[in-house]
Design a protein. Structure first.
Length: 253
């Protein structure tokens, strides 16, 4: 979730449910010692299975996801509960409206991703990447800095019989190796927007860049062309309303 601004999706508000920040589980350097990789991955998978439920996002019923629900422990988690387990706020446990809108558009228009190399930026649970993999993308890659989010993406992909490549760490500043970059609800605060937008505009010179926005205050207006709109059911606990209207934009360089 981003190395510089407390995480791609980590800073997103959950109506005050998770107000604090938590240390990266890999330590200050953000790297896991080589011999611990498999142990950590197994613990991550076990944690996800124990604290979420197999569910479906309302706008994307074709794909199953391990998500927080009203009957799972992580839904009622407090800051102290998470800190005791050395777990960052679990934004990967929710199918956010922006990702749902992107995934719905991809599944309804598979020709837009077929044969292309696609990045799901700030992927969370990996929903957009899963939709691309299902729709025939040459390669679907999910980028996150939270190892638990990537573990959730891997588990979700496996359960859906799909393959998703993982990019752990802050990819902002990386050279472009994708044909399409998908960004679901990334302009939720000013520091995050300042961090990512110059890079995304550079990427837009050689790749197509989509940004899904549910009405956040910090979405830049310049160079944005809307091409689709969706109404996404949500909950009062997550978004303080029962639905979000999400627009999909193409970003100009």
């Amino acid at each position: 979730m981003a190395g510089t601004q407390a995480g791609y999706s980590q800073s997103r508000s959950l109506s005050g449910r998770f107000p604090g920040q938590y240390p990266n589980r890999a330590g200050r350097g953000g790297r896991i010692p080589l011999g611990l990789d498999r142990i950590v991955a197994m613990k991550d998978t076990a944690f996800i299975r124990e604290n979420t439920a197999w569910s479906h996002a309302p706008l994307v019923p074709e794909l199953g996801l391990f998500l927080a629900t009203a009957i799972t422990p992580i839904w009622q988690a407090t800051e102290d509960w998470l800190a005791q387990r050395n777990v960052e706020p679990p934004f990967w446990a929710f199918a956010w409206p922006g990702s749902q809108a992107i995934a719905r558009h991809v599944l309804d228009h598979p020709e837009l991703v077929k044969g292309r190399r696609v990045l799901d930026f700030a992927a969370g649970c990996g929903l957009a990447a899963l939709a691309c993999a299902r729709s025939g993308a040459q390669e679907a890659e999910a980028a996150e800095i939270d190892a638990l989010a990537l573990a959730a993406t891997t588990l979700n992909a496996t359960e859906n019989g799909l393959t998703v490549r993982l990019a752990e760490g802050d990819v902002v500043g990386s050279p472009c190796r994708w044909d399409l970059i998908l960004c679901g609800d990334v302009c939720y605060e000013a520091p995050m927007t300042r961090h990512i937008m110059p890079w995304l505009r550079r990427m837009a010179k050689t790749a197509e860049v989509w940004i899904a926005d549910p009405g956040r205050s910090y979405l830049p207006q310049e160079g944005m062309t809307a091409f689709a709109e969706y109404t996404v059911p949500t909950t009062l606990e997550l978004e303080d309303r029962t639905e979000r209207h999400v627009r999909l934009f193409r970003l100009a360089p």
